[in-house]
Design a binder for this molecule. Structure first.
Ligand SMILES: Cc1cc2nc3c(=O)[nH]c(=O)nc-3n(C[C@H](O)[C@H](O)[C@H](O)COP(=O)(O)O)c2cc1C
Length: 210
């Protein structure tokens, strides 16, 4: 199991950007991007107060950690604009679904939720690892640039909450730089539409009550 987790990229040094699926209510699932690390054979991530993921983990101990190379899934999990029927797939012997388009997923049980400076360390016991895709992919700059832009976007709300208003301009500049990267990396309109959408949502978010 540990070997397989390492093979698919989990490390104790580097965050793996994954999609975590949890159960919020009976048969109601939630997905969110989370940065996951490996420690003593367990997977863990830090989850902030106010997220649905934390709310769900307080009630239900099972979750799946999904390796997804699908920008639509990341974007839609952040903006919650999902067609839920097409997103999830249940396996026969686990209570929480995984993402249909995942390259691999890990079925896990939460074993501890430790509070540490306003965030919670969710420690998960891996129960089963499933690899769905064994074909290599080329590396490109567009995918990580969208991931980066989404991370900055998700920081706007918490920054506003703790009064870091001066930093908001900086976040916006960083998001604009992601667009610059995308423009140099691809002519695929899908990526440009997604980054423009992130920019417009970020501007709306920053504009509110300023
Ligand atoms: C690539 C990426 C990684 C993220 N990693 C984390 C993380 O490790 N912990 C966290 O609390 N939020 C993280 N976030 C932010 C959450 O995904 C974001 O706040 C999300 O909207 C929370 O969703 P939820 O309310 O459905 O749980 C990350 C966002 C992105 C785009």
């Amino acid at each position: 199991m540990l070997n397989m987790l390492r093979k698919i990229g989990f490390s104790s040094y580097t965050f793996s950007e994954t999609i975590v699926v949890t159960e919020v209510l009976d048969n109601k699932w939630n997905c969110a991007p989370m940065g996951v690390k490996l420690e003593n054979g367990k997977l863990y991530f830090y989850v902030y107060e106010g997220t649905r993921t934390l709310e769900a983990l307080r009630k239900n101990k099972y979750l799946t950690i999904n390796i997804v190379y699908d920008i639509n899934v990341f974007t839609k999990c952040v903006f919650k604009t999902l067609d839920y029927k097409k997103l999830y797939e249940l396996s026969n012997n686990f209570p929480v679904p995984h993402i249909v388009t995942a390259d691999a997923y890990v079925e896990c049980k939460l074993i501890d939720l430790q509070e540490a400076d306003g965030k919670f360390k969710a420690i998960c016991e891996p129960i089963n690892v499933v690899v769905k895709r064994r074909v290599p992919r080329t590396f490109n700059r567009a995918f990580p640039a969208i991931i980066e832009a989404l991370i900055y976007y998700t920081k706007i709300k918490p920054f506003k909450k703790i009064g870091l208003d001066k930093e908001l301009n900086d976040l916006m500049k960083k998001i604009m730089h992601c667009k610059y990267i995308i423009k140099h990396a691809t002519t695929n309109k899908k990526y440009l539409e997604i980054i423009d959408n992130i920019i417009s949502k970020a501007l709306d978010e920053i504009g509110e009550q300023q």
